[in-house]
Design a protein around this ligand. Structure first.
Ligand code: AHM
Ligand code: MG
Length: 345
């Protein structure tokens, strides 16, 4: 059986762009190499070298840094940083972006990453992942400026994620469809396993940390209450699935449809998830798969952040489900409703 490798696929995609120089293929190849190293480390966590547990450090988000977080951050930064394809790397783990020194021949791309998403699931053998996003340098000259680092979501050149789970899956889009590749561990090669991924127009699953109920506002509570109501003619109640690793929750949403939400709450008035490292790349993938991503009132990809660590609420998944959420959240404060409006819309 003839199988398409990830590198072959990236090369074919780049060929369809007449001005392409091969730099994008080189960058994606390096991302793939780094992801294989992390996959191996994740799969052997607990054996031999002590890679599980905390480093004892606190990151820029005020969270405890796990050893695998740090390992992934260093692996990506070292490999991608030496690839001569990027001029800056921004990481969820680091306050400031790494600017590639002139002697390392910086390239034209900006690389953004959450090197290991879902850290709280590392020690318990539950799926974790890497999320990345690629922009092109906009400003003239060698310096990397805010114009380069704080671009609108829809200016992404490509975005992707890698899930380290029961198998390792690499999903990416360069704005022309969404494709998934599964790592064959015996060959150490990613092969196309999910050609042209499309999110179902409507799903039957919602995903949220409902433990936060007491700190949600009334509209958010009404939205989730509606999803739980017994109303078979409109497909309710929805099922609840929440892993607590965004990559894994998003991967399921991409394949099965439904909605993932991390709303703002009393403790995180801006929302918890980060625009540059989590929301924007997944929104780019969702839209390229026919889905939708919103803050509840605004399209994620229309936003340009003010800082690389900006946070925001995220509602992402099937188009109809995200539209339904927006309708609920726009309802007059605390007033029930939205579902009827949405059904008849
Ligand atoms: P991380 O990037 O530090 O791992 O944090 C982000 C994670 C997401 O993967 C997940 O969706 C969310 O935080 C879970 O948060 P909570 O534990 O509040 O439900
Ligand atoms: Mg994360």
């Amino acid at each position: 059986m003839e199988r398409t490798t990830l590198v072959q696929h990236i090369r074919q995609q780049e060929k369809s762009n007449p001005g392409a120089t091969g730099e994008f293929t080189s960058l994606m190849t390096e991302i793939m190499v780094a992801s294989k190293i992390i996959s191996l480390e994740v799969n052997s966590a607990g054996i031999g070298e002590n890679i599980l547990g905390l480093t004892g450090k606190i990151n820029v988000q005020g969270e405890e840094v796990q050893k695998l977080d740090e390992f992934s951050d260093i692996t990506f930064t070292t490999i991608v940083g030496k690839s001569e394809t990027v001029c800056a790397i921004a990481s969820e783990e680091k306050e400031d972006p790494y600017i590639v020194p002139q002697e390392d021949n910086p390239g034209k791309y900006i690389f953004m990453m959450d090197p290991l998403d879902g850290s709280s699931n590392i020690d318990v053998n539950v799926n974790i992942g890497t999320i990345f996003s690629i922009y092109k340098k906009k400003s003239e000259g060698n310096e990397v400026t805010d114009e380069d680092l704080l671009q609108r979501g829809d200016e992404q050149i490509a975005a992707g994620y890698i899930v380290y789970g029961s198998s390792t899956i690499f999903v990416y889009t360069s704005g022309n469809g969404v494709y998934g590749f599964t790592l064959d561990p015996s060959l150490g090669e990613f092969f196309l396993s999910h050609p042209d991924l499309r999110i179902p127009g409507q799903g039957s699953i919602y995903s949220a940390n409902e433990g936060n109920w007491g700190i949600w506002d009334e509209n958010q509570k009404n939205l989730v209450s509606n999803l739980k109501e017994d109303n078979p003619s409109s497909g309710r109640p929805y099922k609840l699935r929440y892993i607590g690793s965004l990559v894994a929750d998003f991967h399921r949403t991409l394949l099965k449809g439904g909605i993932f939400m991390y709303p703002k709450d009393k403790n995180s008035p801006e929302g918890k998830l980060r625009f540059s490292f989590e929301a924007a790349p997944l929104a780019f993938i969702a839209e390229n798969a026919g889905g939708k991503a919103s803050t509840g009132s605004e399209r994620i990809l229309d936003i340009a952040p003010k800082g690389i660590h900006d946070r925001l609420p995220l509602f992402i998944g099937s188009k109809k489900d995200v539209e339904m959420a927006e309708t609920h959240l726009a309802a007059e404060k605390g007033k029930k409703g939205g579902w009827f409006k949405w059904l008849s819309g």
